[in-house]
Design a protein around this ligand. Sequence first.
Ligand SMILES: Cc1cc2nc3c(=O)[nH]c(=O)nc-3n(C[C@H](O)[C@H](O)[C@H](O)COP(=O)(O)OP(=O)(O)OC[C@H]3O[C@@H](n4cnc5c(N)ncnc54)[C@H](O)[C@@H]3O)c2cc1C
Length: 380
Amino acid sequence: MDYLLTEEQKMLQEMVSKFAKEEIAPVASELQEKGIFPAEIIKKLSELGVMGIGYPEEYGGAGMDFVSYMLAVEAISQYCASTGVIVSAHSSLAVDPIFRFGTEEQKKKYLPDMCSGKKIGCHALTEPGAGSDAGTIKTTAKLEGDKWVLNGTKHFITNGAEADIIILFVSTEPEQKTRGISAFIVEKGTPGFKVGKHEDKLGIRASSTTELIFEDCAIPKENLLGELNKGFKVAMVTLDGGRLGIASQALGIAKACIEDSVAYSNEREQFGQAISKFQAIQWMLAEMSTEYEASWLLTYRGSLMKDKGMRYSKEAAMAKLKASETASFCANKAIQIHGGYGYIKEFDAERYLRDAKITEIYEGTNEIMRIVISSSLLKG
Ligand SMILES: Cc1cc2nc3c(=O)[nH]c(=O)nc-3n(C[C@H](O)[C@H](O)[C@H](O)COP(=O)(O)OP(=O)(O)OC[C@H]3O[C@@H](n4cnc5c(N)ncnc54)[C@H](O)[C@@H]3O)c2cc1C
């Protein structure tokens, strides 16, 4: 589908893919197995401009578009889905809300260091009692003098352990539910803030997933992001872009499954011939490839619409729904094609399945994606 891309987008895709193949692929399994955050890799990706790919140069970004970001996240995730989500959570979920909703002062203060990768961001919405129903968050912010005082616990936060900048969603008018939520920018090192439990996960184990604890954590009044009590909109608009990032991560996983399966089926012989000569294997490859290309086109469409400034909530939900299910489908087939070798850690197929599953869950489960899509059909 190269014909849909500009020369600049193709060059970027090639550059990131080459980097990921040469520098990330050789260590991906070990990082995943040991649950090590790929700090050196993130540093190098920062030098390549990947941490601020879709943001204007005046804020330290690479000045490219969202389609380029999609291509970069896919290329990285093909070799390491953990690194893919680290980049995606930073860029889509932390840089984007500041860029979109921040004051000029906030943009100038935070974006250059975030776009250059000097500072990592995270997005803290989910709480132990508030997942899909994010309107029921219990973390609070109360204005005391010229400070907002934060209290509560967030959990399952990607980049939580490494983040220098936290985009935090709290309740400022509890009885108003979604109309009483506000967004804030919190800096690491603020007294009263600490990182809590680190989750031990099935997949994407090289990315951190942690609790964030706020106990009488006082932040400056001017750290309110967007309007008071309009934070739910900040979260939802941000998640639309985030879902395209997760769809791109899922595409990378699916692509890895296809390439590994083609290579393995050409090499592995049974009954005196390569298993790729069996129609059963050919059909699996055909289905994987068709699902991948359909998912790619949906994700590309959503990304293009975002670049054109169009509304794309439904399209982002469709892309995330389709691409995540494609990643799991392709990972299952990749294991099947590898036979017993697919089930052991010497090959990457089992890692792909463990990594794929989360794309059906985070940034809105696929049940929530179906609700977003069907409500856009049924409204009016
Ligand atoms: C590895 C990882 C990283 C994450 N990173 C972040 C992050 O960076 N920031 C952040 O804020 N959060 C993050 N999350 C949280 C993630 O977004 C939530 O886990 C997800 O939104 C689901 O919430 P929940 O786990 O509470 O499940 P629940 O909401 O309790 O859902 C349980 C089940 O019920 C279904 N369900 C719920 N409501 C409905 C409904 N109305 N109709 C039909 N079915 C429904 C769900 O689809 C699901 O199948 C992360 C989670 C994980 C595991």
